[in-house]
Write a protein that binds this ligand. Structure first.
Ligand code: NIG
Ligand code: FE
Length: 412
């Protein structure tokens, strides 16, 4: 199968040199070609360039993209899109004045989602999750990381990871799977927290790894959840299985998790709503990418991570949706990009880099997606007829997507 997209007003994020991610000042530039073509063959980007350089080409399909722009699909590197039911009641409780932490302390929050998931069959969980997957595909997401962490028992964590695997096997999106057994302590382990970490590390991790269900490991490093010491233990155990970590840190409190993550070669540290200058120094010396989640701050009404400071310090930055039932019940990356611009003061170019090439890097997919580069997978967005790429973040709440292409196939 082949597809030629011609007369593209602007082909965005074209990279001919191998670029795993972009940092600091380089984030303010997105290389693009005006009046361009893009040729896709067997699901991959085969060729691209200026229209006037287009040679005669044999193709099965042609799209005329006059007045439209083409970009690589969004890369959403932090989600909990597999979950059961919803927590809209907690949303109303928060509107009436309770905080996220107060709701969790009353047995709501993650434990509430865990109860719902434990009582949902694998088939039903898959169907509920697949609906969300289809909706984010329509909104331009072409690569996604999905975490477990609403199981909190051997059987239910396994069920979640199997559902993630089913999505991976059945979807044209690129999918990475993260084991987040250490998301919260189940009630049975309230008085025996070490016992739960033992269960995660000695029983769950080896069994799930053996079944090939884990790409990354994650910990919710936070007061009332897992301590920096637990976090270090979990990251180190993951490394024994050759599994790198992606860590939830600094959402509500500064506990020192960033130092531990960076020292142990974590792939990413995510959230960072509360951040100290020392943390930025530590990040600058390491090779861990910061990932910020603007719609989580929007929905919970908490501080936004200081994304501007991170970029200005020369760091790379990725943005992600954190799609989950409690703190960000939306996977709309268009809104994530828009919120990063309005609330975190990123430019359109910085936000696009953060949501494409850097998002791909933050889930180990930099060789496959995230830019218009030869031999990368043809996961693409064709925009509406727009005058400027700035119309993407400007149009908040909606999107500027005309067509979505995954593995070279138009998704209807
Ligand atoms: O990334 N912070 C921890 N985990 C999720 C929220 C989980 C939930 O509330 O269900 C997050 O925000
Ligand atoms: Fe999260």
């Amino acid at each position: 199968m082949s597809l030629l997209i011609k007369n593209i007003k602007k082909l965005i994020q074209c990279r001919t040199e191998k670029t795993p991610f972009v940092s600091g000042k380089d984030m303010s530039f997105v290389p693009s070609i005006d009046d361009a073509y893009l040729f896709v063959k067997d699901g991959k980007i085969n060729d691209f360039g200026k229209m006037q350089e287009l040679k005669k080409i044999n193709t099965d399909q042609v799209i005329d993209a006059k007045d439209r722009m083409v970009l690589p699909s969004w890369c959403d590197s932090h989600t909990h899109i597999v979950f059961a039911g919803d927590r809209s009641k907690e949303f109303i409780d928060r509107i009436k004045g309770l905080s996220y932490e107060e709701i969790a302390a009353r047995g709501g929050g993650i434990l509430n989602s865990a109860k719902l998931l434990q009582n949902t069959s694998k088939e039903d969980l898959y169907n509920q999750s697949k609906m969300r997957i289809n909706s984010v595909i329509r909104q331009g997401t072409g690569a996604i990381e999905i975490k477990s962490g609403y199981g909190l028992s051997f059987e239910s964590e396994l069920k979640m990871l199997q559902v993630i695997k089913q999505i991976k096997d059945s979807s044209k999106m690129q999918v990475k799977s993260t084991f987040l057994g250490a998301h919260a302590y189940p009630n049975e382990f309230k008085e025996n927290k070490d016992g739960y970490v033992d269960l995660v590390l000695n029983k769950m991790l080896p069994a799930f790894k053996k079944e090939n269900l884990i790409d990354f490991i994650d910990v919710f490093c936070e007061k009332g959840y897992f301590s920096p010491e637990d976090t270090e233990r979990i990251i180190k155990e993951g490394l024994k299985y050759n599994i790198r970590s992606k860590i939830h840190v600094n959402q509500f409190n500064v506990l020192g998790g960033i130092k531990i993550a960076v020292e142990n070669n974590a792939l990413s540290v995510d959230h960072l709503e509360v951040l100290q200058d020392d943390d930025i120094k530590i990040l600058s010396k390491g090779s861990t990418i910061p990932v910020v989640l603007p719609t989580c701050s929007y929905f919970l009404g908490i501080d936004y991570a200081p994304a501007r400071k991170l970029i200005d310090a020369g760091l790379p930055l990725a943005i992600a949706s954190d799609f989950n039932p409690g703190s960000s019940p939306s996977g709309n990356m268009n809104f994530v990009i828009s919120t990063a611009c309005t609330k975190m003061k990123l430019t359109t170019e910085e936000a696009i880099n953060a949501a494409t090439i850097n998002g791909a890097y933050a889930m180990g997919l930099e060789d496959k997606v995230g830019s218009i580069s030869k031999d990368k997978i043809a996961n693409l967005i064709i925009t509406n007829k727009i005058n400027s790429i700035d119309e993407v973040p400007y149009n908040f709440g909606g999107n500027q997507i005309h067509k979505v292409i995954l593995e070279g196939e138009i998704i209807s």
